[in-house]
Design a protein around this ligand. Structure first.
Ligand code: HEM
Length: 418
């Protein structure tokens, strides 16, 4: 039996993250045992796991999908996923695929999300952002998550899929259900999660049927349903699975980055003022927001053979967990001031966007990274000049989750626009 790390931090327990990311735990692990065998928590009693907390190791694991499988026990196993039938369904999601299936599938869908394809969406996003801020600017106060942060990803996903934007609340509800399983306040059961997924599958099937009857070229929907690579198309089930991951992966993450970004900027008013004075700094600030407070806490892999990571012997079948907030705060990579939020970090580290691992790395590198960056840029370009002197009212209420550092509610005030 390999020796357990003497520092055990209950990293799989959603409660561990309720007051925010415990950076001090990760610092201890990086310094004392960067590849650390950890006990499971009650919430995830599926055996010990290796916590990966340094970037070189995270890169090694992420870039070797034949050794470290996303498929075997899924990249984000949840309670109940050990049922063979639901495992098989979950394995149809791109994020849970391994080579060679993963690469084939990714080639079919990736064209819809290139930087060029996303650039073409900017005017539409700007219109959305303007309308979102218009709705709150004169009020001088709002609940930021539901009225601002979640609106952009929902509008965008509806537009990409050719759905009327008044359906966006349906998606928001399903996402809350699928990601709210660990939060007792949301009292979501496993059945609720499955019903939410089925509801999204239903919407996807309607879309697919509509597209078949009346295909509209040049849309993301068309690229997904008609985009063949070497004669390969997505079949209906594959399309539905992809639709599910776009909603689950694209909405919660971007709304979290927007909410956490706003929170961090309000906590650093001098840096916020710099952005008011010089909005050209906003893309740099977004990169620092993504580094400083990444929305996803971790992803899982399963070792498919015995393998050494750093100085640890990992055995076939062992669980390996990649902790993104830890590697984004590694002193050896980002410097001694790594725990300080600094929108000017790119001045010292121009390559910051390729240094942090908020979007992962390797074969599963986030397919929506261009889209997410663009949504954040356009949104903050509208928020920063118009919601002036924003301040928190009370404490934000965090989602109870070991997977995403979501905020459920964040009330703010600002100078009403006249
Ligand atoms: C700030 C926002 C976002 C963050 C932090 C984020 C983060 C990530 C991470 C860390 C992965 C890698 C998972 C792994 O290695 O196991 C990933 C994969 C993925 N993301 Fe994102 N994501 C974001 C936004 C989006 C958006 C907007 C979309 C689409 C609309 C999206 C779609 C996907 C897909 C489809 C994958 C799976 C790719 C694959 O398996 O090849 N993400 N994301």
């Amino acid at each position: 039996m390999p020796e357990k790390c003497p520092f055990q931090f209950d990293l799989m327990n959603p409660v561990t993250y309720q007051k925010g990311i415990p950076f001090e735990y990760f610092k201890t692990l990086r310094e004392q045992c960067p590849v650390a065998l950890q006990d499971p928590s009650d919430a995830n009693s599926d055996g010990d796991f290796w916590a990966i907390t340094q970037r070189d190791d995270l890169d090694f694991v992420s870039k070797n999908p034949k050794i470290f499988s996303s498929r075997e026990k899924l990249s984000h196993p949840q309670n109940g996923d050990d049922d063979p039938e639901s495992m098989e369904i979950m394995r149809q999601l791109i994020i849970n695929m391994d080579p060679p299936d993963h690469i084939k599938y990714r080639r079919v869908v990736r064209n819809a999300f290139t930087s060029k394809a996303v650039d073409a969406l900017e005017p539409m996003m700007r219109e959305f952002a303007k309308n979102i801020v218009d709705k709150v600017a004169a009020k001088g106060e709002c609940e930021f998550v539901s009225t601002v942060a979640e609106e952009m990803p929902l509008f965008v996903i509806c537009a990409l899929m050719g759905l009327p934007s008044d359906q966006r609340q349906r998606f928001a509800d399903q996402v809350d259900i699928m990601l709210g399983m660990d939060d007792p306040e949301l009292s979501v059961s496993q059945e609720d999660g499955q019903t939410a997924a089925a509801e999204l599958f239903g919407i996807a099937m309607e879309l697919s049927a509509k597209h078949e009857a009346d295909p509209k070229e040049g849309t993301v929907l068309h690229a997904l349903l008609s985009g063949a690579v070497e004669g390969e198309h997505l079949n209906e089930f594959e399309f539905c699975s992809f639709f599910l991951i776009l909603i689950a992966g694209g909405v919660e993450t971007t709304r979290t980055a927007t909410s956490q970004g706003m929170r961090v900027l309000m906590e650093h008013p001098e840096q916020l003022q710099m952005l008011v004075d010089d909005p050209s700094l906003i893309p740099d600030a977004i990169e620092e927001i993504l580094r400083f407070y990444p929305p996803f806490i971790h992803m899982h892999r399963t070792a498919m053979e015995d393998v050494k990571v750093s100085d640890k012997e990992i055995k076939k079948g062992d669980k390996v967990v990649l902790f993104y907030p830890s590697v984004n705060h590694e002193e050896a990579v980002f410097g001694e001031d790594v725990d300080q939020f600094d929108i000017l970090r790119t001045k010292r580290m121009p390559d910051l966007k390729n240094q942090h691992r908020t979007f992962g790395i390797g074969q599963h590198f986030c397919l929506g990274s261009h889209l997410a960056r663009k949504e954040l840029k356009v949104m903050f370009e509208e928020i920063i000049p118009r919601l002036r002197n924003p301040k928190l009212v009370g404490e934000p209420r965090n989602l109870m989750s070991n997977f995403v550092v979501g905020i459920k509610e964040m009330h703010i005030t600002f100078d009403p626009e006249v």
